[in-house]
Ligand binder design. Structure first.
Ligand SMILES: NC(=O)c1ccc[n+]([C@@H]2O[C@H](COP(=O)([O-])OP(=O)(O)OC[C@H]3O[C@@H](n4cnc5c(N)ncnc54)[C@H](OP(=O)(O)O)[C@@H]3O)[C@@H](O)[C@H]2O)c1
Length: 270
């Protein structure tokens, strides 16, 4: 097995369970990234909002330590491969500040295995990270370092209600052009998606958390859900992958992969 992602993740044996049998029944080990990139290709044009989440068999979106790593320990390498691949395909990663703080986010790294494809599509080497926050509490680890590191640009998406003191501080830390105001009291995710699309960032990947994803779905903005079922049950009181206003949206299965007990699916809004 080879580390194709540059992230320390080997590609484990994976089978395609659905659809059968046109795409073959397994991810070919000699070119897994290309095959997975085709399975997860964004539409050729237009704005497309995909989310990528993981849940336990009993629906928990985090472990009792408040992080996803602890629910994803079993069979996790296939999920890590897909996690990094989806980042490698995206123009922008949209994420809530709660997830950034809980999961200790860093600026996104380039994805070597798709560097050629990104160049052809005129994408930056690494995706942009767009952090949704009202409080402005964005960790220092995401403030640009000022060196020549090819890490992804970091945008902060906030609301007018953040107030001038918070906005001024975000401008000082991230640069005024990297701070978007997209809503009055809270960030309006529809306005945020439009603003990112206007910047040419049409291939969107939402990495949660449940609050941001719930608002995206409630606003009718989510086109696609990629979901990993980790083969564990955990009970407890952790959130599901969406929280917030009730919604009832139908999604159609596009593919289902299996690796070592972990199921990795892709659903597109009907
Ligand atoms: N299972 C998975 O795949 C997955 C994925 C991601 C996260 N998680 C887990 O989910 C948990 C975090 O959940 P969460 O719901 O707190 O995460 P979240 O949605 O990432 O963050 C919530 C925070 O985002 C900001 N926010 C969200 N919507 C906003 C809006 N409309 N306007 C302005 N700010 C907005 C606020 O930040 P401020 O407080 O800064 O104002 C809010 O406190 C963690 O345990 C994490 O590990 C699981």
């Amino acid at each position: 097995m080879t580390d194709v992602t540059g992230s320390g993740s080997d590609v484990p044996p994976m089978q395609v369970l659905w659809p059968l049998p046109a795409s073959g029944s397994r991810i070919e080990p000699d070119e897994p990234v290309q095959q997975l990139a085709e399975l997860y290709a964004y539409p050729d044009s237009g704005c497309w909002v995909r989310a990528n989440m993981v849940a336990t068999l009993d629906g928990a979106a985090a472990g009792q330590d408040g992080r996803t790593g602890s629910i994803n320990a079993v069979g996790s390498s296939a999920d890590r491969v897909v996690f990094h691949l989806l980042r490698g395909l995206a123009d922008v990663i949209l994420v809530g500040a709660g997830t950034v703080r809980a999961e200790h986010y860093r600026p996104p790294k380039p994805y070597p295995a798709l560097a050629g494809q990104r160049e052809l599509l005129e994408q930056s080497p690494a995706p942009v990270l767009a952090v949704v926050t009202r409080s402005g509490d964005v960790p220092d680890e995401l403030v640009p370092g000022g060196d020549d590191a090819p890490d992804g640009r970091v945008l902060v998406v906030t609301a007018e209600s953040a107030g001038s003191a918070v906005l001024n501080r975000l401008h000082d830390r991230f640069g005024a052009t990297n701070v978007l105001v997209a809503g009055a009291e809270r960030v309006d995710l529809t306005v945020a998606v439009d603003a990112l699309s206007d910047m040419g960032l049409d291939r969107m990947l939402c990495e949660g958390g449940p609050s941001v994803l719930g608002e995206l779905v409630a606003g009718g903005e989510l086109d696609e859900l990629c979901l990993t079922w980790s083969p564990v049950v955990t009970s407890g009181f952790e959130p599901r992958i969406l929280s917030g206003l009730p919604v009832n949206e139908r999604f159609d299965l596009r593919h289902l992969l299996h690796s070592d007990g972990t199921l990795i699916g892709r659903w597109v809004r009907s």
